[in-house]
Design a protein around this ligand. Structure first.
Ligand code: GTP
Ligand code: MG
Length: 183
């Protein structure tokens, strides 16, 4: 009971941005449900033909070693161009922005840079940004080097990580504060 009382719960509004198809919804599904199934009911209820419509909202609470918890309120935005104008509705007030690209797609890396600039101009002041190169399991099709990601992130004061929603590689590390995303 005392331990319960002493728990400090922090709440973090987090927004995911990035090109359509880079794997934002798969990253969220992996983090919240521990699954990778782009055809699951979970994905189907927020998407049409696997593409997010508008945005979807989920929350996930994680317990830290010091018995505090962090509740992530996750806004998973739709990457298709037709939804771009909606993005400010979701990143407004966000403490954390996760900007995702696909390591096999230089176009998606360019789009990620567009989102970084947009958030630097219009995002919450002091927003914490993470740059995520997803689909790291597709090494043989890689077209964006890890070094390019690291360099860009460093220049813009962002946390950087490569993930795979498919294999679960680095997904927890992305969200856990120890990995640097919250602190
Ligand atoms: P929008 O909702 O349109 O913005 O796209 P999204 O970024 O949410 O992409 P989504 O999560 O729907 O993933 C698109 C497709 O990429 C999925 O159908 C998966 O097959 C594939 N995918 C996602 N993550 C990975 C990954 O880590 N590795 C591989 N190989 N494929 C992935
Ligand atoms: Mg999606």
């Amino acid at each position: 009971y005392l331990t319960f009382l002493m728990n400090k719960e922090a709440c973090v509004k987090l927004v995911l941005l990035g090109d359509s198809g880079v794997g934002k919804s798969c990253i969220v599904l992996r983090f919240v449900r521990g699954q990778f199934d782009p055809t699951s009911k979970f994905m189907l209820c927020t998407s049409a033909l696997g593409v997010t419509v508008g945005a979807s909202f989920l929350s996930q609470t994680i317990a830290l070693q010091d018995s505090t918890t962090v509740k992530f309120e996750i806004w998973d935005t739709a990457g298709q161009e037709r939804y771009a104008a909606l993005a400010p509705l979701y990143y407004r007030g966000a403490a954390v922005a996760v900007i995702v690209y696909d390591i096999t797609s230089p176009d998606s890396f360019n789009k990620a840079q567009y989102w970084v600039k947009e958030l630097q101009k219009h995002g919450t002041p002091d927003i914490v940004m993470a740059l995520v190169g997803n689909k790291a399991d597709l090494q043989e099709n890689r077209e964006v080097s890890a070094q390019d990601g690291i360099d860009y992130a460093e220049k813009n004061g962002m946390f950087f990580i490569e993930t795979s929603a498919k294999t679960a590689d680095n997904i927890n590390q992305l969200f856990e504060p120890e990995a640097g995303i919250c602190n």
